[in-house]
Write a protein that binds this ligand. Sequence first.
Ligand SMILES: [Zn+2]
Length: 460
Amino acid sequence: MCLFWCIFACLWPAQTYAESTKTVQKITYPLSSNSEKCFGPETAQICAAKPLHSSLNLKIDVDKKQISAQAEIRFQVPAQAKSAAFLFTQRAEKVWLNGEPVAFKRQLAPGGHEWLLLIPLNEKGLQKEQQLKLLYPITGLTAWGLRWKKPFHWRTDFSDSSDARFSNVLIPSGFESERHPMVWNFTFRGLTQPLQVFSNATDYSERGKGLYRLGFDQRFNLAMPYFEFESAPLRSFNFAFQGLYSPIPVTLVIPKGLGKSQGLSEKQVFAEAEKRIRSTLFEFEHQYGPYAFPQLLVKLYSLQTGDLPLSQEYSMEYGGAIVSRLELIPHEICHMWFGRGASPQDAQAGFVDEVICDWYDYRTPFSNTQLKRPPSQLVPTQSWSLRTPEAVYAEGQFIAGLQGLFHHKQHNLFVSLGRFYRQYRLKSYAVADFRQFLEAEYGGDLTPFFSRFLEGQSEY
Ligand SMILES: [Zn+2]
């Protein structure tokens, strides 16, 4: 299944998970807005860096199997900040702030499991834009999807838990609520054949042999870019979906021969995928509002569960791109509305889009027996983690339950969710925002329901 906010909750040490569960049970509503982005004593406040622009330069020597990477980030921090914090997983070798080398340190994010790169700031000009440049030693790229073997293959990858989000590794400005423009420059040396490039970049160009520039506009955050460089033969097929608001160009990509073992031609696979894409786009635009991205890239890697070994099963949504097996296309396209179009502000809110899209997988009607279930476990409220517990990913009955409540008052939950989408389109929401919005639509207190489903209260 697609794992939205992050995919590694299953790797949480059991003890940590138990501790966070305890914390969750103590939370009383309203949940914090998660707007706290500074911590530490007043004299040494560490604040989240707000990225204004990120760029990444990658040089890949295919023959020598060497890579070098440099990231540059323009950012701002609140005036009281004494240090700027960047969420990241990779340790930079050298760091420059506004052109000057700086000493930096790495600290485990409070309440989270990610690292913060802490950059001391000068006293002067704290409110002005700062510029950070980072140089990385590159190791473990295989885990990010780079295959040195032929055919050459590299894509945004999340198959390895610790390096799950490529962009967060090398552009450590990774607080997901912060959409900002990004540029990724790739320079390949030693290629023996041209690469096929598939990406959801909003500004793409080839600048000579082996030089690719992928630009992403302000609609994107660090979880949303997708790229794929391939020398293996891939088939692609383009069509335009006439959306309600504007045409949506769709690119469909499959490996050569996909479907053959099931007796399907590539043409039949394309036709089936196109049908699902069209019907899902139609339904979501009518139900919720305009698609938020300039295009849709769909990479299909298999047809259904069981076609590939479990270790190779993956589906994921990006900003205007999905990687999916055929049967999960509606689920992943759902995330173009909930998850990427309107996006969670933090890991705690990461459950919202997943319960909605999980509900769409089954369209389960609500029944009272669903209340006799263990509650979901939201992560504790804090802004410094990218992790959402896996348990909240398959909770479509949360939506079914809400639907039942709304129905009793002759309200239509999905009309309300449409208004929610349109309000938060290309913006981010916290759990409290979601709940307050629904309460206004419902015309009543939803505390008991949220408590029962999310907090672990024993009574509903
Ligand atoms: Zn999902």
